[in-house]
Design a protein around this ligand. Sequence first.
Ligand code: ADP
Ligand code: MG
Length: 702
Amino acid sequence: MNSSVFQTPIEYLRGVGLSRAGVLKKELQIALFEDLLNYFPYKYIDRTRFYKIKDIQPELPYVQVLARLTHFEILGEKHTRRLVAQAKDDTGIIELVWFQGVKWIEKTLIIGKVYVLFGKPGFFNGKAQMAHPEMELYNAEAQQRKGNLTLQPAYNSTEKLKQYSLDSKGIQKLVAGLLEQCLRDVHETLPLYIINRFKLTGRAEAYKNIHFPDDPAKLNEAIYRLKFEELFILQLKLLKNKLLHTQKFKGNIFQSVGDTFNNFYHHKLPFPLTNAQKRVLKEIRQDTQRGVQMNRLLQGDVGSGKTVVALMSMLIAIDNGFQTCIMAPTEILANQHYQTIKELIGDDFIEVALLTGSTTKKARNILHEKLENGELKILIGTHALIEDKVQFKNLGFVVIDEQHRFGVEQRAKLWRKNIVPPHILVMTATPIPRTLAMTLYGDLDISVIDELPAGRKPIQTVHFYEAQRLRMFGFMKQEIAKGRQVYVVYPLIQESEKLDLKNLEEGTEVMAHEFPLPDFRISIVHGKMSAADKQFEMNRFIKGETQIMVATTVIEVGVNIPNASVMIIENAERFGLSQLHQLRGRVGRGAEQSFCILMSHSKLSRDGRIRLDTMVKTNNGFEIAETDLQLRGPGNIDGTQQSGVLDLKLANIVTDQELLITVRRFVESIFEKDPYLAAPENQILNQSLRSKEEGLSWNKIS
Ligand code: ADP
Ligand code: MG
């Protein structure tokens, strides 16, 4: 919104005034002209069609009827006083009722005339009825002339607003007034070449038609145009930030690959890399030679081998004289990374240290010193890493695991540990749908490992009901007899933590019965235990001293125990899809055939059923992520709260996927040709970006 007219406080709009402005602001966050302009109808009432009276159904939200007035009378006294009329067409009779404005209505009605009646239908004594219909005398010519005013906007209102006569109709009137006064001030935000190329409606016309559509086709064009603009400006902003970032933040150059990397690669790496892993390494290699800070998101399905890629990138950093660290969201995970990496690189190679909340003060002091003098090259830990006390000599490469649990601010804190910020590799636990990645991580480069190591047997998944519990136990016994280990996971949802713990404890008791010592030993891990106790129990399981691990979702991410080949998920219907997929990913890490058993109640919600069916149907994390997004909508996916996704008013990254992808590609091509948006035809874009920012800050202070 380029000119200031739309920045005018709403109280100055004709028909608003101070008190209405107050409620508009409070109830609908409409403070400025532009807020009202962008307050779109939630639906349109179709006035293109006339219903025959016999076709009226009570479910219809609104109907329009053409009928001749045959009779009316005033009934009742005082509170019950009402005007009842009858009208008929060639199929039946409809009753019309008014409780208010009786006197005035009585004067205007003319028996024998044909009226256009419009309203919400009801039924009374089996007869069609309409209370307070909108009505006007039918005039064939006029009807034809205005044949265009067919879709009526309906606006969301609230009880409070209605007290100020701002129901849907009232809001409609304000919008009509606003458009009349200001439509000519609605300026174009997109260059002509884009408008032509995508055959977009002009902006002013789009605003007119989204509020008062001439016809359904015009409405669709208007919606398309405004969605396009919304996605376009968001992507323009994201990609511009990304570009600015590369212009602003210098990055260390990792000149060469040296002994550390080569030693590891030739003598220690126990398997050949997959092609996808090689490709991603190459991408990271390129990033770290450009002299700008890398900001890369590494996506890959559970078990696709992200950790090795991260480690090998770190080794290159070390080869170039830099320190590195991995930050994990939980202590268990940090531990796990620590173990995995130590195992991969061996004892005699490079020192690896662990820093978590449980690290003793003494150990910590030694650590701090070794970090400051640059002796320690690999540090693994939790957010303990970003405390100010932790100072590196020259941190060059940072891996952030399962990033959605860290805030953007925390990410930035790590950058600030050096004058030249370290390269950043963000790893997600499970894949993110493409469209979400484009918006959520739209300012990062994205690498995808889309290939699992060879020889993995797909995990077999079944869904059992409570009645099949004995079968499940039988299966567990059979697998344990083969030397395998089993996870049994219980949900843990904050609000009912006590109940969940009770479930877990009772379940364990039942199991202890079913699996008697000395053949079976059970580890238990849940959130109420101390970190040391958790680690102790984990270790027993890792060493194979216990065969069954009963746990809450603390084991959700990252835990890697190849001999565990059965995952049993209790109350599986209570888990979200990405969580289920993460949990299942704890098995299938060794050479053995692995299994996942989803236990659930027999009563399932629609979504619950879709989730479990999806799990049984596919092992593909990208597919699962798409379904998850469709079920939950973008607003409920972890991390979206911090992004612009939720600010979208019209566009929806699920249903407008194709458009989003088109727009993203197009914005990329613009920056490729004109990275500084310096071309004359792109000046309008700079303006659009700027006014968007101004608009935002204005909203914040008001
Ligand atoms: P992610 O973190 O992506 O879920 P991990 O990095 O934990 O996956 O790797 C899962 C397992 O697969 C680990 O045991 C790892 O050693 C192993 N692995 C990784 N890459 C390969 C490969 N190219 N071939 C065989 N095994 C691999
Ligand atoms: Mg991992």
